[in-house]
Design a protein around this ligand. Structure first.
Ligand SMILES: [Zn+2]
Length: 239
């Protein structure tokens, strides 16, 4: 257990957080010192990125309610507790602030790359690392080749986590932020669960068959199932 305070907001990191990060980062496949460094840097990226996301929620929550929130990082990511009842409008903005913080951080990383390598190489590098676009400038190729593998990996995961995860988090699938935003503006809970179930299932199928990302497929399959269960629960009550 790791407890600390940042911006006067208490943060608790459970051991499961480090362990999940270790497995997700390919900790079981370590065969060299460089592999080990790559996994450690990945855990740092995960820690910093999730913390920024949660601080987006927490700082907005404190600003809107005046109550000190708290943050927990656990096996499935992060949670920000407002420690008070939010109104629908407050909840709407507090939820948005997490993915937005991630996207702003993503922008800052791209900006830093542009400041270091120049605008064209900086953006080219970003696009290459995000989309595996094979066609890159000669200068970008040189920059990539001269970069140490752990640094290149870290930059890639920083860009990946803060762009793709932030966008993925905005999908209208409960309990993701997007699902909570949708739930805060949609009057019919039935619609929220149906949209969550269908979107979750589609993402799971696409992740499995097109992207070949087993972890994302399992995660969204699980979300789809949760939404299905809530829908069933709703039906049970209306009988
Ligand atoms: Zn969030």
């Amino acid at each position: 257990m790791l407890d600390f305070k940042l911006f006067k907001i208490p943060v608790r990191v459970e051991p499961w957080f480090w362990l999940t990060g270790f497995f997700l980062g390919g900790g079981l496949g370590i065969t060299s010192r460089e592999d080990f460094l790559i996994v450690i840097l990945w855990i740092v990226v995960l820690f910093v990125s999730i913390l920024i996301h949660e601080f987006g929620h927490a700082l907005t929550s404190r600003k809107m309610t005046g109550v000190t929130p708290s943050i927990k990082l656990w096996g499935m990511g992060g949670l920000a507790y407002p420690n008070t009842q939010l109104t629908q409008k407050q909840s709407f903005w507090v939820t948005w602030a997490g993915p937005l913080a991630g996207l702003v951080f993503f922008g800052l990383i791209v900006l830093t790359c542009c400041l270091i390598y120049g605008f064209s190489v900086g953006t080219d590098l970003t696009i290459y690392l995000l989309f595996f676009n094979a066609e890159i400038y000669r200068e970008t190729y040189v920059v990539l080749r001269e970069m140490d593998a752990p640094v290149r990996d870290m930059l890639k995961s920083l860009l990946w986590v803060n762009l793709w995860w932030s966008l993925m988090n905005l999908l209208p699938v409960f309990p993701l932020d997007g699902g909570q935003i949708y739930a805060s503006i949609e009057r019919s809970p039935k619609k929220v669960w149906i949209v969550g179930m269908v979107t979750g299932a589609l993402v799971a199928i696409a992740a499995f068959f097109i992207l070949h990302k087993l972890f994302i497929a399992i995660l969204f399959g699980y979300f789809a199932f949760q939404n299905y269960k809530r829908l069933e629960h709703l039906k049970g009550h209306s009988h």
